[in-house]
Design a protein around this ligand. Sequence first.
Ligand code: COS
Length: 384
Amino acid sequence: MIRDQETLDALVENIARFVRERLIPNEDLVAESDEIPAEIVSAMKDMGLFGLTIPEAFGGLELTMEEEVMAMLELGRASPAFRSLIGTTVGIGSQGILLDDTEAQKQKYLPRLATGELIASFALTEPEAGSDAASLRTRATKDGDHYVINGTKRYITNAPQAGIFTLMARTNPAENGAAGISAFIVESATPGIHLGKRDKKMGQKGAHTCDVIFENCRVPAANLIGGVEGQGFKTAMKVLDKGRIHIAAICVAVAERMLADALAYALDRRQFGKPIAEFQLVQAMLADSKAETYAARCMVLDAARRRDDKRSVSTEASCAKMFASEMCGRVADRTVQILGGAGYMSEYGIERFYRDARLFRIFEGTTQIQQIVIARNMIRDANL
Ligand code: COS
């Protein structure tokens, strides 16, 4: 749903200009230094990018899902690390509060998330609980008006910068599965939280992940999301449904960027006396990539509109995330191929995107998990 086309157009144009003038020129620096320059972080705050999805009542822009994906289709045209910096705060780190938490907790946290003063991070994955998220072992034991948290979370995006974690932990040890899990807001300054070393990753330099270790960390009972135990897994799944549409939009944007770069190269690069874009075997790679990015773009927009219509989007979010991330991988591969030797050299940037894009098929649910979600939903609906 687009509430006001003119306002959205202005926002999208503003982001597009920012991407062109500030982000793309800094991509190499971010890749080399593994840091996003402070002035870019503060420009992102000034533009309201941390508050894109936070309700206006709490100081955000309150974008609908369709508006959010339109914004991401622009922001995602620069290195994914820039998007990642705001990604957990506009997405998986904050949405648990928005979807399921109490008014008091919303008042407490959302305004500072909207300004970027507080970065939110999503702590679900553990050393022994990745795709099988319901098997998580982190414990939250009630002790008076607090919960005591013990456990380790792994590969937590933006953990080094986080002000709060949306943490999934087991409150009922007698219940091994999803029903024993609760969600909490945990402030990163709480005693008993230790961060591991920054992970060394294949790509997405500038986006940081690490372990987060909780040792007898005391969290006020008021920070149990929604005030009810046993609802945390469902909160996480709802958050991921939305997150998967967001990531699918980023996959489309990255694919469109790589394709634009490959087309420019193919028009410029001459072999056998003419631009390589005139060779049909190169054209086939361009055309397949164009058709697939267009298909993924349509899926993302459709899934976003369905969510705005308050329809269930578990299936469509997984379809969009699966197709768009796999598509992005194929486009990355073809664009490296179109650039040939130059595609393998870091100065042309495509090999960096090739490595960055590999994560899309893994995080927020692997392709195989999306397949499980889609097929299970089909079977459930057939049995209704
Ligand atoms: N929205 C709301 N509720 C949902 C839901 C959704 N999208 N998906 C599942 N649930 C509910 C189910 O209805 C079920 O509730 P009831 O017991 O009341 O019926 C409960 O949650 C448990 O669901 P389910 O039985 O499907 O859980 P499973 O353990 O079988 O696994 C998968 C579910 C595999 C889909 C889940 O573990 C998953 O998504 N794994 C990937 C995790 C992931 O994406 N990690 C990335 C970390 S963030 S980078």
